[in-house]
Ligand binder design. Structure first.
Ligand SMILES: [Zn+2]
Length: 388
């Protein structure tokens, strides 16, 4: 295990290691939030712990004046997967070949550590700094950021801009930031007919042709041709099940599930209403019963081009020497909830090993990200900071 800088209590590598050593697989916390809180208290932040259900959340702020620049992230991690496939202990936080190895190294304990280290090395700012840290991003996300956002609203707490420390970079640190995300909706269709003998179809009602026609209608609609920086919305059929093992039975019922990834041309509610309407049409036409249940897991959003996004891109250009790609790709993230409060940009480590066996964060990247974050904080307050 390589040595680290023990003279600096806010060293990014030491903080990353301290966080990885807490096996905080959603919904467990295992003391990970305490590591964050202790560091922030030492840096003069007022910390409020928010426990919703079994989830630990934290809001911390330093300063009383606006603007308030918030950093958002999550301390929870996905499971390790097959543990003996890891070359090193996934919670050992060992350094090998110049990288910190462990679950959460890039997604996103390293990002949290980098922003804390950046705050520690940045002087006073003309405004406020805050942290919104949750323990429920990788799970259902029901007791995490969305509840903290509600709480912030109730408190009248204003956040002016937010950086989410998700591993947004693609191949090199800073080559990509996320300025929006597609929305996602899951729906299940269960068609119930009447079971019978295949030789006597007139005595049965086969749900499968009804389901096939319904799926064809769902797939047949061109949702859109894309939207600003987004690709076209897409519906995928993810499974079709009847569980019928017999060759001489018309089954009683069949279920299919679909997922739609959609751009801001749609809302989850409108897509849900469309699917429910289609199910009702096919039920009326076929005589079968069709149940449609849909769950919206996130709405699409786009942080419009403007001074905040430009600032992040300028800092990346100046500090990391590359022109960043302003992307809307990838799955959903907690930025979808924070978007309701203020402009939000995701900027963090290279995501290549996220959720994988042997997840790791190069030490050089952790240090470079800390420097870039520090430069971003300084540039932010010189551009937007209070002059009073
Ligand atoms: Zn993440």
């Amino acid at each position: 295990m390589a040595s680290m800088d023990t003279s600096d209590p806010f060293d990014v590598v030491a903080l990353t290691q301290a966080l990885i050593a807490r096996p905080s697989v959603t919904p467990r916390d295992e003391g990970a939030m305490d590591v964050v809180q202790r560091a922030l208290e030492d840096l003069g932040f007022r910390c409020t712990r928010l426990r919703f259900g079994e989830i630990e959340n934290l809001y911390a702020r330093r300063g009383n004046i606006s603007p308030n620049l918030c950093f958002a992230g999550h301390t929870d991690v996905v499971p390790t997967g097959v543990r003996n496939l890891w070359r090193y202990d996934p919670f050992g936080a060992e350094i090998h070949d110049g990288a910190v190895i462990g679950r959460g190294a890039v997604d996103m304990k390293g990002g949290i550590a980098a922003w804390i280290a950046a705050v520690a090395k940045t002087g006073d700012v003309a405004g406020s700094l805050s942290f919104l840290i949750t323990g429920d991003e990788e799970g259902d996300a029901t007791d995490g950021t969305c509840r903290v956002v509600d709480w912030l609203r109730e408190q009248g707490e204003i956040i002016d801009h937010c950086v989410v420390g998700e591993p947004s970079s693609s191949a090199r640190l800073g080559d990509m930031i996320k300025v929006g995300r597609r929305g996602s909706i899951n729906a299940a269709f269960t068609v119930t007919g009447k079971q019978g003998h295949v030789a006597y179809p007139q005595r049965a009602l086969n749900p499968l042709p009804v389901l096939v026609d319904l799926l064809e209608a769902l797939k047949g609609r061109v949702l859109d041709d894309g939207f600003e920086q987004f690709p076209p919305s897409n519906l995928e059929i993810t499974t079709i099940d009847t569980g019928n093992t017999a060759t001489n039975i018309i089954p009683q019922s069949a279920t299919a599930r679909v997922n739609i990834r959609f751009n801001p041309a749609h809302t989850g509610a409108r897509l849900q209403a469309w699917m429910e309407g289609l199910a009702a049409d096919f039920a009326a036409r076929s005589g079968a019963r069709i149940e449609c249940t849909a769950r919206i897991s996130g709405e699409a959003f786009l942080t419009e081009a403007g001074p905040f996004v430009d600032l992040v891109a300028e800092v990346i250009q100046a500090r990391l020497g590359l022109q960043t790609d302003r992307s809307t790709t990838g799955g959903t993230s907690d930025a979808r909830f924070i978007r309701a409060l203020c402009p939000v940009v995701e900027f963090g480590l290279v995501g290549q090993t996220m959720h994988q066996i042997n997840e790791c964060a190069p030490v050089a990247d952790l240090r470079a990200l800390t420097n870039a974050y520090s430069a971003l904080i300084e540039a932010y307050f010189s551009k937007f900071g209070s002059t009073s």
